[in-house]
Design a protein around this ligand. Structure first.
Ligand code: DX5
Ligand code: ZN
Length: 227
């Protein structure tokens, strides 16, 4: 099964005083999905944005909204984020004692369900939920902040997941988040990744539309090697 390459600009790195313009710029660059980071100051050290900001974004754009919950007890919040307009919601394996149930609940609310693993968490813990999840997000930095350096050791996990889905005939997409930029996007694509979250490399580049276009072109070229 072929998955589409998607570049997901991470709004955490956008200029919040002109969020509307920032979103228009990345849409002009061809982005079809936006990544929205929710941090609670407990699961991760930082606090970011929550439900009201997502509601405002939903009113101003048709783009796919991919909500990444970096919070403890994420199951308590999925309904509110879905209600505010999330199209996909991902929860951390490390934060979910009832992961299977939480993924199912996200789907019952009508959203796509993703599971996230930190750099220190092996792919093996996902074995029993790969049939259920719509996508798997592999963190390539320790979550909590934008602008961190990509950890190349996690590429192996993307390869493992890609192999697992081929072998088992599963349709989940593979997403990578943290430190993705022009220097590494082709290699990540070659490992089997489909969705590329990019914060700093898009919004701090001076030209977000161009950055999305270039990242997309390079990721697509990287995937060609694989195909
Ligand atoms: C990190 C967040 C990321 C972050 C990525 O905890 O989950 O989505 O915004 O930002 P960059 O691309 O700057 O590493
Ligand atoms: Zn994220």
């Amino acid at each position: 099964m072929r998955h589409q390459v998607e570049i997901l600009p991470s709004l955490l790195a956008a200029d919040f005083m002109k969020l509307g313009e920032e979103i228009e710029a990345v849409e002009a660059g061809g982005a079809r999905m936006l990544h929205y980071d929710v941090m609670d100051g407990r699961f991760v050290p930082n606090i970011s944005m929550g439900v009201p900001v997502l509601e405002a974004i939903r009113k101003s754009t048709e783009l796919w909204l991919d909500v990444h919950l970096m919070v403890v007890e994420p199951e308590k919040h999925i309904e509110a984020f879905r209600g505010a307009g999330a199209d996909s919601i991902s929860v951390h394996q490390e934060a979910c004692p009832h992961l299977h149930r939480t993924l199912t609940e996200i789907q019952q609310l009508g959203a796509r369900a993703g599971v996230v693993i930190n750099p220190g968490t092996p792919v093996a813990v996902l074995d029993e939920v790969l049939e259920v999840a719509n996508f798997v997000l592999v963190m390539s930095v320790n979550p909590g902040y934008g602008g961190q350096k990509f950890l190349p050791a996690v590429l192996q996990k993307v390869r493992q997941l890609d192999q697992a889905r081929r072998k088992r005939g599963l349709g989940f997409s593979i997403e990578m988040d943290g430190g993705v930029d022009l220097s590494n996007v082709a290699e990540i694509a070659d490992a089997g990744c489909d969705w590329f979250v990019a914060g700093s490399s898009v919004f701090r580049s001076g030209d977000p539309a161009l950055a999305v276009r270039e990242l997309h072109a390079r990721a697509t070229a990287g995937r060609q090697i694989l195909a």
